[in-house]
Design a protein around this ligand. Structure first.
Ligand SMILES: NC(=O)c1ccc[n+]([C@@H]2O[C@H](COP(=O)([O-])OP(=O)(O)OC[C@H]3O[C@@H](n4cnc5c(N)ncnc54)[C@H](OP(=O)(O)O)[C@@H]3O)[C@@H](O)[C@H]2O)c1
Length: 334
């Protein structure tokens, strides 16, 4: 089969297509024939040696949608040919509040979805929401799940929330906007260019601020929120997270799942004086994944940035590296 392989570290340009042996389903596994795969920043970090536990050579890719191709001897279903999506969180067992095995994610060290076939545990394979196209179904795995847990499970969003979303064009943050609007909450977002600001408004952002054009974006956001956001979802980290804590309304929830811009020096005063709930989150549980899929049966549509042919995986990853995307960057595999 054809697979996008990484044989050495040094950047996205090292991703290339190779012929490798197709996987056979082991005990408890299903082999999925991939139609579409989606990139995450994680894939780029791996090519740059900025991720723990890298093993090479490997096929990258956490997100994929396709059809069931083969079942392990002890696996009862779903039947061959069923359209499915993959939950890339391999370590989180049903019923666990937090995973006992953290960071076990499809695509490293297990070979991933940037290939014609991938073998995954049967319990990570779910029926594809019928309402979604292949492109849309491939988008939701890692990013949709992370956003779901951030917004609903950890953030406990309600329609009365004023939600602040920093860097809204990111693969995960576009889902945060989608979910917040679905609930009916008011949204204030930031992004890094005029074009992205227009895109965010078209997707329903109530207030959109260009953080490059408005260096005091946090003050603008606080003013627009009428006393500070009640729910903040951030993955930028660094000075952005510090400012998020400063503008949060007393009693607000501040959810963080990443640190794209590095570490933050935060002021404890902002947390304790305002009784903030600062909540960490990573990926999501099997229960989160199932609840997210139900949402996508009800008409929500993931935001797709661009779909590249498999042979252009390096260009696709370069686009993510440079932060040019709005939503998910994908690979057409089939
Ligand atoms: N813990 C987890 O489970 C988990 C899961 C997924 C992702 N993550 C982490 O979350 C982060 C985002 O992941 P992703 O896949 O969504 O990446 P992505 O699509 O590459 O998005 C990058 C994000 O960084 C934002 N950004 C860059 N510079 C910024 C700045 N100066 N101020 C505000 N925002 C800025 C971008 O906003 P604009 O383009 O709008 O400017 C965009 O939201 C990464 O650090 C990733 O490792 C963690």
């Amino acid at each position: 089969m054809k697979a996008v392989r990484l044989n050495e570290l040094g950047g996205p340009h090292l991703l290339h297509v190779e012929d490798v042996a197709a996987p056979q389903p082991g005990a408890g596994e299903i082999v999925v024939r991939i139609e579409r795969a989606a990139l995450n920043r994680r894939d780029v970090y791996i090519t740059q040696n900025l991720y723990p536990g890298i093993v090479l050579p490997r096929t990258l890719g956490s997100d994929g949608a396709g059809t069931v191709a083969a079942l392990g001897d002890d696996v009862a279903g779903p039947p061959v040919g069923t359209p499915v999506v993959i939950d890339p969180d391999l370590g989180w067992q049903p019923g666990e509040r937090v995973p006992a095995v953290s960071g076990s994610i499809l695509g490293m060290p297990a070979n991933g979805t940037f290939a014609e076939y991938v073998a995954v545990p049967a319990r990570n394979v779910y029926s594809k929401p019928a309402a979604l196209s292949w492109d849309e179904a491939a988008a939701i795995g890692l990013a949709g799940l992370t956003a779901y847990r951030a917004v609903f499970t950890r953030g406990r969003i309600t329609k009365d929330d004023v939600v602040f979303i920093s860097g809204v064009a990111g693969g995960v943050q576009t889902f945060v906007l989608l979910y917040a609007k679905h609930v009916g909450a008011r949204t204030i977002v930031t992004s890094g260019s005029a074009a992205k600001i227009e895109r965010a408004k078209a997707l329903g952002a109530d207030v959109a601020i260009d953080y490059n054009a408005d260096v005091e974006w946090h003050k603008t956001a606080r003013k627009a929120s009428g006393g500070g956001p009640t729910l903040i979802v951030d993955a930028t980290g660094g000075e952005t997270l510090a400012r998020c804590l400063d503008i949060a309304r007393p009693g607000a929830r501040v959810v963080t799942y990443g640190g794209t811009r590095g570490d933050a020096t935060i002021r404890p005063f902002a947390i304790f004086w305002k009784h903030l709930d600062v909540l960490g989150t990573s990926m999501g549980s099997p229960e989160d994944f199932a609840a997210m899929l139900a949402l996508f049966e009800s008409g929500l549509r993931p935001v797709i940035d661009r779909v590249y042919p498999m042979a252009q995986a390096a260009e696709a990853a370069q686009r993510v590296l440079e932060g040019k995307q709005f939503g998910k960057v994908e690979l057409a595999i089939a």
